[in-house]
Write a protein that binds this ligand. Structure first.
Ligand code: TXE
Length: 472
């Protein structure tokens, strides 16, 4: 099989040539994880011992931060500052789950005399962890850290587009002293090696982050053997701005919310839903500032945004933009590749804003995953809520208003897994992340992010056994 070329999306330079796993190698990885779980020492490690390993991984990540950040940037195209923030967040995730691994989560149930009843939390078993290309290392850590904390073994399958930092993370986990067979890496194209992993009878759980249709096919593949499943499938996230919003902050966050990482963020604020009284001033300022965003090489200190990840992905963005124009959206800025010849070798696309958008347009409903903002207007609070909820997705959303009562009221009515009030984008390892509706199943981060990788077992001990005489 020819080697897979890994490309820097800024200039299409080849940054690595890798072998995809064969079907047999993918099978072998599953069997190695199964053997390490069924017969290995790892599931017997105490929580504090697992926690110490996670902390060593965090230390190694800190030590290798600049190298990892550089790889993340040349692999994804994102700016080096963003990559560095990602690595810091990955370190926090490993430390957070080390803290949870140390705690004894056993729950004692008071059943009455002569009974000791306990609920204990055990690892699920063999986990397949499949990650996307937009936040390669971060997404891997959201799965690997809690899966290790809970005592599972695993097969990790990074995106074939951006595998570099996951390869390095697995090396660091080995350096930290994880027993052989606990963390197994499988490289390759999802449609080829993916089904080998997601349908294997030896696998107990599949956790996937990626696109909706791939998530649906993974659910089908996992159904025959009734695997546990956790899915994060993106979003079409509303950013609702009332007329009394703090103007400067709301404009600023609306821009970062949609144009950070060229819009390749599952929680990107792609749908601006702005009060009619504020619309003209707000949108004019957004257009003015969008046109000043400095696109460039992620490694260059003055770049504020990099390219899209691949030629295929840019082609999808271009199809969505063309369709928006056909459906009658008004193009205010962007809508094409930049003219700058220095960017011609990269997969760049200009920050784009469409006005006069309607909820029935495909650009408003389908996930583009590019630097595209759609603008809708409202006059009543109920209308804003209805628009914000009018999506098959339900990952994240925001509301901007000076009226705190209203902010909380609207937040309470939005059917999304994360809602920001007067902010856009922050997340923390301690708080759950995940989607309502078709944005997915289950939660990452927080205590629920650990619970995904645990089975609850009730151990009921009778300390004074007597005959029941039911059939006497
Ligand atoms: O992702 P895929 P793609 C969205 C975004 C994007 C769209 C498609 O809208 O345009 O998804 O992107 C692996 N069995 N998101 O096609 O296919 C694949 O190898 C098992 C949202 O690049 O979802 C990769 O490791 N695995 C998202 C991972 O799935 C399979 C982030 C994701 O790839 C597989 C990225 C199969 N049959 C894109 N097919 C988010 N939620 O943040 C593919 N894979």
């Amino acid at each position: 099989m020819p080697k897979r070329e890994i490309i820097n999306p800024f200039n299409q330079a080849i940054i690595a040539k890798l072998d995809d796993a064969t079907e047999e190698e993918a099978r072998a990885a599953v069997l190695a994880a199964r053997a390490a779980f069924d017969a290995g020492e790892w599931p017997q490690w105490t929580g504090p011992r697992r926690a110490a390993l996670l902390r060593r991984v965090a230390e190694l990540l800190v030590r290798n931060k600049s190298d990892l950040a550089r790889w993340e940037t040349v692999d994804t195209g994102k700016t080096i500052v963003e990559s560095e923030i990602d690595i810091d967040d990955v370190v926090s995730v490993f430390r957070y789950y080390a803290g949870l691994a140390e705690q004894d989560h056993t729950r004692t149930v008071d059943v009455g005399p002569n009974v000791v009843s306990k609920v204990v939390y055990e690892p699920v078993g063999v986990c397949v962890l499949i990650t996307p290309w937009n936040y390669p290392l971060l997404q891997a850590s959201w799965k690997i850290a809690p899966a290790l904390a809970a005592g599972n073994t695993m097969v990790v399958k990074p995106s074939e587009v951006t595998p570099m930092t996951t390869i390095k993370l697995v090396e660091l986990i080995e350096e930290a002293g994880v027993p052989a067979g606990v963390v197994n890496l499988v490289l390759g194209a999802g449609p080829e090696v993916g089904p080998v992993l997601t349908s294997a009878p030896e696998v107990d759980l599949v956790s996937f982050t990626g696109g909706l249709s791939t998530g649906q096919s993974i659910m089908r593949a996992a159904a025959d053997t009734v695997k546990k499943i956790a899915l994060e499938l993106g979003g079409k996230n509303p950013n609702i701005v009332f007329a009394d919003a703090p103007f400067e902050a709301a404009v600023d966050h609306a821009l970062t919310g949609v144009f950070l990482h060229a819009g390749q963020v599952c929680s990107a604020g792609t749908r601006l839903i702005v009060h009619a009284d504020l619309h003209d001033e707000f949108v004019a300022e957004l257009v003015r500032r969008a046109e000043t965003i400095q696109l460039g090489n992620g490694l260059a200190p003055d770049s504020r945004s990099g390219p899209l990840v691949s030629a295929e992905h840019r082609a999808k963005v271009e199809r969505h933009v063309a369709q928006a124009i056909v459906e009658g959206a008004t193009l205010l800025t962007g809508g094409r590749r930049p003219d700058d010849p220095n960017l011609a070798a990269g997969f760049f696309y200009l920050p784009t804003i469409f006005d006069n958008c309607r909820r029935d347009m495909s650009i408003v409903q389908e996930e583009t995953f590019g630097p595209i903002l759609t603008v809708e207007t409202f006059t009543e609070e109920d209308e804003a809520v209805a628009l914000g909820n009018d999506t098959d997705y339900g990952l994240a959303g925001a509301v901007w208003t000076a009226d705190r009562e209203r902010g909380r009221r609207v937040a309470g009515r939005l059917r999304h897994g994360t809602v920001w009030i007067n902010d856009f984008g922050p997340y923390v390892p301690q708080a759950e992340w995940g989607g309502f509706k078709r944005s997915g199943i289950g939660r990452e981060l927080g205590p629920s992010g650990l619970a995904e990788y645990q089975e609850a077992k009730h151990v009921y001990e009778n300390t004074d056994p007597q005959p029941e005489n039911w059939f006497a």
